[in-house]
Design a protein around this ligand. Structure first.
Ligand code: GLY
Length: 358
């Protein structure tokens, strides 16, 4: 088992990866708490009951709610349901919330924990590759509101993260591929690890083998960034948003038919195309990237999405200011953040991207 320390202003916490990480969860939970509410993804509950049954009795007074996880349910209604449950069942300030699921559930759980009684403890047990390598760590919580992804949320760090790779074995293929998007991002953020991530992504893609090494490496990169810029104040953490503004546009315009990770992958391609357009990188970088990652399958329906609709969603992304789309781009000397881009350039880029897929 591997242990990683995440340091933030208000608290430090450990991320455990691999065998025995759930044992560590039990130990953590035996500390000072009253009731525990597990929020469990419906699919995980169905497919991984054996593991779940080992986790739940870690506390004497435990409850659980099964949640159907989708972007549609990442809503104020779900938050209300959870908070009502906590209140009706007299959960107090020493209560704990635990997420057993993917990124959607992790975000909702973190958000509920951050607002109930002004904050109770929260643990994350990610069950998807995507949430294990990104969302479960770093304290971003949120729900979709008014048709806008993650519009309402808080920075609220968990008290521990426990990654058990057994969960990944039951993931549907579309979820496995979704995990790849965030890994591709790390490949570009840390160029010296490009080949490492490329090989690991191929392994995951071809035979679903997710090494502990790729999870640890991703989380090390993420936790170092979070340690330095927890709330995206200095700009450093913003590099983790590479491809994400485009991704939110694609995801929302497809009514979430497109998975988050796949949308991030497409978003990264668009960010590379704009970077080239601005002369920040040479064309050969894009050719190389598409050669290397071209094995990732293409969703033909993306071509049918209305470009202006994608842009309209991009315009409501919270990373923008002064009404301009702000992007994270790639340059020869590293990742650049907060680059204002004219709508016309974004339009042309998405059209070009679609043609590449045509
Ligand atoms: N997923 C990007 C971040 O946590 O900052």
């Amino acid at each position: 088992m591997h242990k990683l320390l995440v340091k933030t202003t208000l608290k430090n916490y450990n991320v455990y990866v691999g065998d025995n990480s759930l044992e560590e969860f039990r130990k953590n939970l035996s500390a000072n708490h009253s009731k525990v509410l597990f929020l469990i993804d419906k699919n995980v509950f169905k497919k991984c009951l054996k593991i779940i049954n080992k986790i739940l009795p870690a506390s004497k007074d435990y409850h659980h709610i099964i949640i159907e996880c989708s972007e549609k349910n990442k809503s104020i209604k779900t938050v209300e349901k959870v908070c009502k449950y906590l209140s009706n069942n007299k959960f107090d300030r020493k209560s704990v919330l635990v997420s057993i699921g993917g990124g959607v559930l992790g975000d909702v759980t973190g958000f509920c924990a951050s607002i109930y009684m002004r904050g109770i403890k929260c643990y994350q047990i990610p069950t998807t590759i995507l949430s294990a390598v990104d969302g479960s760590v770093g304290g971003k919580t949120g729900i979709n509101f008014n048709g806008i992804k993650n519009l309402i949320g808080t920075f609220y760090q968990p008290d521990g993260v426990f990654v058990e790779t057994e969960f990944f074995k039951t993931l549907p293929r579309r979820e496995v591929i979704s995990g790849i998007g965030e890994l591709v991002k790390y490949a570009l953020i840390i160029p010296k690890l490009y080949n490492f991530f490329l090989e690991e992504i191929k392994k995951i893609y071809l035979n679903r083998e997710v090494s502990i090494e790729v999870i640890i490496t991703s989380l090390k990169i993420k936790s170092e960034i979070v340690n330095k810029d927890e709330k995206e104040e200095t700009g450093l953490r913003k590099i983790l948003n590479l491809g994400h503004t485009f991704a939110h546009g694609f995801e929302s315009a497809s009514d979430y038919k497109l998975t988050h990770g796949k949308a991030v992958f497409y978003g990264i391609i668009c960010a590379l195309l704009i970077s080239e357009r601005l002369g920040l990188i040479d064309n050969k970088i894009i050719t190389q990237f598409l050669n290397d990652f071209g094995f990732i399958n293409r969703e033909k329906f993306v071509n049918q999405l209305d470009t202006q609709k994608i842009i309209n969603f991009m315009k409501s992304d919270k990373k923008n200011f002064n009404g301009t789309i702000n992007l994270v781009l790639v340059s020869k000397s590293g990742i650049l953040t907060d680059i204002p881009i004219k709508e016309k350039a974004v339009f042309t880029t998405i059209e070009k991207f679609k043609k590449m897929f045509g």
